[in-house]
Design a protein around this ligand. Structure first.
Ligand code: SF4
Ligand code: SF4
Length: 90
């Protein structure tokens, strides 16, 4: 019997986005919360939903799927997101 996983698509069994987009990253976005005005544009533009929101912290970046494309940094009206070379100390 053929392995079920041979038919796997980018959308997994549970409908989750399973592409390892984080492994593509060569640059990493860093958010300066002191400059951020919580407009939400970074979240709206992120293609992999790596920008999250929580009541206490407001908008913040996550790195499980962030591919380092820099769109969030480009769209931020306050330049509150900087792209740094992956692996550099933050
Ligand atoms: S660098 Fe790209 S993938 Fe990562 S948080 Fe910004 S927009 Fe999303
Ligand atoms: S786009 Fe910039 S100012 Fe707006 S929420 Fe994101 S980091 Fe903050």
């Amino acid at each position: 019997m053929m392995d079920k996983r041979a038919f796997r698509t980018p959308v997994g069994d549970e409908g989750l986005y399973i592409l390892d987009t984080a492994s593509w990253r060569t640059t990493r976005p860093i958010m300066d919360k002191s400059t951020c005005i919580n407009c939400g544009l970074c979240m709206a533009y992120c293609p992999v939903n790596a920008v999250k929101w929580a009541k206490d912290t407001k908008f913040f970046l996550t790195y499980d799927y962030c591919k380092g494309c820099g769109i969030c940094a480009q769209e931020c009206p306050k330049n509150a997101i900087m792209m740094e070379k992956e692996g550099e100390d933050t």
